[in-house]
Design a protein. Structure first.
Length: 364
């Protein structure tokens, strides 16, 4: 195992926590809210940090000031799914798909027969253009398979009502390299301060491939309780890990960083328990307070499920004006639910929770 420099702290506290909040001023025009306790950990109340906006969000910058009496962040409400809904096919999606198939079949029939009847016959150019058109249509046909399936409301209701087993421990991994402390600190704080289901506890690991003294000092400050009661509460769940030997021109630094952490956490002497989970957030991926209360029950509801992935938003992208789909909403809102209904797994590398024992069985 690679050598590691770990800033240790007392065992994590399994509790649903009350958080101090802050008001966010002018966050990319998005009136967002974020955790206040980071203000105590940061040097001054007016320091710039990353603002949270979304279930798992790529953040924008915003100024914040500590307001002790500020209201709590709005939790994302879990939708009320119909437990009697067992329909696994989308009527609207199926109709759109069948309409496209019929239109494509009609088009290619006319297109090919007219080409064969032409006086010039089948030319290489004509055949090439027809092949390109067929290739384009086939890609749409494959995409259409994603919109014809849906998760029944009964399955969603069961996932939302899932109860985690006692002793559930989620190890939250935040890999970083050269990102600034302001960005990384908000990500770590949000993950450590997020609500947990009853019976669950968490440990947040800042995996610093850049061996930044400022990041280590910040974590040690949290561990020591510098910054008030909120910092003591959060600091009890945060660890700092570095010391991995990076290869020259390393192409898979994030994966190697994560595997080094998994070996350090679990290793051969302490294999993962069935109740151990692993969550991953990119260095700029700020979790919503409800992230774990919505993902861990979904994982617990199905013993065969090894991965729970959540959508992500970009705090500096206005969804209403995103005509070029920078936030890739069709992927999160149409493709991923359909692929899930087909039993396929997609992992985007962040804002996810995994069963640690399932990950161990495939070699990390």
């Amino acid at each position: 195992m690679a050598s590691a420099d770990v800033a240790s702290s007392p065992a994590p506290v399994p509790t649903l926590r009350n958080r101090g909040k802050v008001a966010i001023a002018a966050g990319a025009g998005a009136g967002a809210t974020a955790n206040a306790a980071h203000a105590a950990a940061a040097a001054t109340p007016a320091k710039k940090v990353v603002a949270s906006s979304g279930f798992g969000s790529k953040p924008a910058r915003a100024n914040f000031a500590s307001i002790p009496d500020a209201p709590s962040c709005k939790q994302l409400r879990t939708p009320a799914y119909d437990a009697s809904d067992t329909l696994s096919w989308s009527p609207g999606g199926s109709l759109a798909y069948l309409s496209f198939v019929a239109a494509a079949a009609c088009y290619f029939y006319v297109r090919s027969t007219e080409m064969l009847r032409s006086a010039a016959g089948v030319t290489p150019y004509g055949a090439f253009v027809l092949a390109v058109e067929a290739l384009g249509a086939s890609s749409v046909l494959l995409y259409g398979l994603c919109i014809v399936r849906r998760l029944p409301g009964a399955e969603r209701a069961a996932a939302a009502a899932g109860v985690v087993a006692a002793g559930t421990h989620v190890h939250v991994l935040v890999p970083c390299y050269t990102e600034s402390l302001a960005i990384v600190a908000e990500t770590v704080w949000a993950a450590a301060d997020a609500d947990l289901p009853a019976g669950a506890e968490s440990t947040v690991w800042l995996l610093d491939d850049g061996a930044d003294p400022a990041k280590k000092e910040w974590v040690e400050g949290l561990n020591a309780g510098r910054g008030g009661a909120a910092a003591i509460d959060v600091g009890a769940r945060v660890r700092y890990l570095t010391g991995r030997a990076r290869e020259k021109n390393e192409a898979n630094g994030k994966a190697a960083n994560l595997n080094n952490a998994l070996e350090h956490i679990f290793g051969s002497k302490s294999p993962p328990r069935p109740t151990d989970c692993v969550a991953v957030f990119d260095a700029d991926q700020v979790a919503e307070p409800s992230f774990f209360t919505r993902t861990l029950p979904a994982l617990a509801a199905s013993p065969d499920t090894a991965l729970v992935l959540t959508p992500q938003r970009f705090a500096n992208v206005d969804d209403a004006a995103d005509i070029f789909n920078h936030s890739n909403r069709h992927f999160w809102e149409a493709m991923i639910p359909g692929l899930t209904a087909w039993g396929m797994v997609v992992c985007t590398g962040t804002n996810l929770v995994l069963r640690a024992d399932a990950l161990a069985r495939v070699g990390w």
